[in-house]
Design a protein. Structure first.
Length: 178
């Protein structure tokens, strides 16, 4: 890859984001099928719909810039999805597995937020205001999704007075320490 200008860098970043989002549209349905908690399931279903719209916005950017956004594989997203997929094969307490799924999705959201912030800065610097606006819409959805996942994580799992899970973990830590 040859980068000579900020425009080259923006195109590279857009390709990376496009790859990330398209990978996520394939991964999210698998997670939706795996989770048991209805709040997590609903949040992931809603974010899948948003992700599909985000891909459409990226395709609009592609058309307006007259470029192709396909052809690059976002290795970071590939790794995040692979790590998050551990929940698909996990065995144990369903609440803990759902919380693992939420944690993996939060990592993905943080990556996407960072990617969009970078691309927006580049687009604004280049005077591509319409591109920046479309990217800003995607960023706002990513931030809202991360906030929703944080809320679910706390209210559905961590806030509960379910001391059984904590006691099991303490026993495991004590056993591992000896």
């Amino acid at each position: 890859m040859r980068l000579e200008t900020i425009q080259d860098l923006l195109l590279d970043q857009l390709k990376d984001i496009y790859s990330a989002e398209t990978q996520l549209t394939k991964a999210l349905p698998k997670l939706v099928r795996r989770v048991k908690n209805s709040s997590v399931k609903h949040a992931l279903e809603e974010h899948l719909k948003e992700t599909e719209k985000q891909v459409e916005r990226l395709q609009t950017i592609q058309q307006s810039l007259g470029v192709k956004l396909s052809g690059k594989k976002c290795k970071a997203m590939e790794g995040l999805i692979e790590e998050g997929s551990e929940a698909l094969h996990a065995d144990g307490n369903e609440d803990v597995i759902d919380l693992l799924t939420v944690a993996g999705c939060q990592r993905i959201e943080h990556y996407e937020i960072s990617a969009y912030e970078t691309a927006i800065s580049l687009a604004e610097n280049l005077g591509f205001d319409e591109v920046a606006d479309l990217l800003q819409e995607n960023l706002q959805e990513e931030e809202a999704a991360e906030e929703k996942l944080s809320e679910i994580s706390f209210s559905e799992f961590l806030e509960r007075s379910d001391t059984e899970l904590i006691e099991e973990e303490e026993d495991e830590f004590e056993t591992a320490a000896t």
